[in-house]
Design a protein around this ligand. Structure first.
Ligand SMILES: [Zn+2]
Length: 192
């Protein structure tokens, strides 16, 4: 009697195990199928977008409202200087190839009718290396060369050191190095 109960329980367990196993295996392969069909879809979409972009590129003309962003990496100091300007009349209505011809030293990274991104690398330092120093109670801006040697006074500011914190005054007595015009202007604003 006991033996037959045990056999029944074991049989039920085996059957249950089998059913559960099959169930999870099916769910797993279903997931895989869905995932692979989804990724195929996105690949197809990407390909379509790429094709339509390629087809349009040759038709893009520079609009009179176009903005040009120039980015230069100076490889000696590793500083990037960015400038931007409004498009000049002689560029309006030109396509990408004609624009490239106008800027032979630049790489066009992005070309749309209202914004063009240009990039270049220059084997030099950026020539925007400065030292701020307390000069008779006012902040003076000195130029530095690529080795951080002071080469001369760039200009005096009308920022008085009188009301600055002790830390700032001490820093300005020793000289505070600052790189790029953007950072220089930020620092001067902080002192004002
Ligand atoms: Zn630099």
């Amino acid at each position: 009697m006991k033996k037959s109960i045990i056999i029944t329980i074991v049989t039920i367990l085996i059957v249950l195990g089998f059913i559960t196993g099959t169930y999870f295996y099916k769910i797993h392969s279903l997931d895989k199928a869905i995932a692979s069909s989804l990724s195929n879809q996105s690949i197809n979409n990407t390909a379509n977008v790429a094709v339509s972009i390629a087809a349009n590129t040759s038709e893009i003309k520079i609009s009179p409202e176009c903005k040009l962003d120039f980015k230069t990496l100076y490889t000696v100091c590793n500083h990037t200087i960015e400038t931007s300007e409004q498009v000049s009349n002689d560029l309006v209505n030109l396509g990408e190839d004609e624009c490239k011809a106008k800027y032979p030293d630049w790489q066009i990274q992005n070309f749309t009718s209202d914004k063009i991104d240009l990039y270049r690398e220059v084997n030099d330092y950026c020539h925007q290396h400065y030292m701020l120093k307390d000069d008779n109670g006012y902040i003076g801006i000195y130029n530095l060369d690529q080795n951080n040697n002071v080469t001369g006074l760039n200009r005096m500011t009308d920022i008085s050191t009188e009301y600055l914190t002790d830390t700032d005054v001490l820093g300005l007595q020793k000289g505070i190095r600052v790189y790029t015009d953007v950072n220089l202007n930020k620092m001067l604003e902080d002192f004002q």
